[in-house]
Design a protein around this ligand. Structure first.
Ligand SMILES: C[S@@+](CC[C@H](N)C(=O)[O-])C[C@H]1O[C@@H](n2cnc3c(N)ncnc32)[C@H](O)[C@@H]1O
Length: 181
């Protein structure tokens, strides 16, 4: 049983998606394919699919993915969820948008693994595709994230670099959107 299976017995465990995220996705063109890595119950995936994107969600929680797929069917969305380990997922290059919401924390025990994973995503991304990452506000972690991108071999254009408000948790998330050029 995955850790989040129990949490997801509560509907919309993480609440609503950030307004800033939805605004960005509403305005962004083209409304192509989105890969939501660690999609949970589909807090973001569902709203993004409603905007016309074709969304694939991956999560290790079977409970979350079952709920997401039921909602996608009910609402007739172009959204499918799969139970899988995101660290083993190697089809990043097939997507126009890679979304990671609250997936990186850079705690010392996970920092190396997460850093390598982020680098592998940046490597696999096609030119023109974008990465949207949401990280709990932290100067240190934002600096680390930006240093990985800045020191990477490919060039990226920054499309969004600001905070998104998370009212449910009374905090802010750093939203960083970059495009591979
Ligand atoms: C903090 S929650 C964020 C969920 C979602 N992104 C959101 O913002 O609503 C973290 C999610 O990552 C999933 N997860 C953690 N490690 C994973 C892994 N290795 N592979 C797939 N999913 C994973 C958990 O099951 C959980 O749903």
């Amino acid at each position: 049983m995955a850790t989040y299976d129990t949490y997801y017995l509560e509907e919309n465990y993480f609440g609503k998606p950030y307004k800033e995220l939805i605004k960005f996705f509403s305005q962004y063109e083209p409304k192509g394919s989105v890969l939501d890595l660690g999609c949970g119950q589909g807090r973001d995936s569902i709203e993004i699919a409603k905007l016309g994107y074709s969304v694939t969600g991956i999560d290790i929680s079977k409970v979350g993915i079952e709920q997401l797929n039921l909602k996608a069917k009910d609402l007739n969305l172009k959204l499918t969820g799969f139970v899988d380990d995101i660290y083993k997922f190697n089809r990043i290059s097939e997507y126009d948008v890679i979304l990671l919401d609250s997936m990186f924390h850079f705690y010392s025990k996970d920092k190396k693994k997460e850093t390598e994973f982020l680098k592998s995503i940046l490597e696999q991304m096609q030119k023109g595709s974008i990465l949207c990452n949401l990280l709990m506000k932290s100067n240190k972690n934002e600096k680390h994230l930006k240093s990985i991108v800045g020191n990477f071999d490919s060039e990226f254009e920054v499309l969004f670099d600001d905070y998104a408000v998370y009212p449910e948790a009374n905090c802010e998330y750093h939203m960083y959107v970059i495009k591979k050029i």
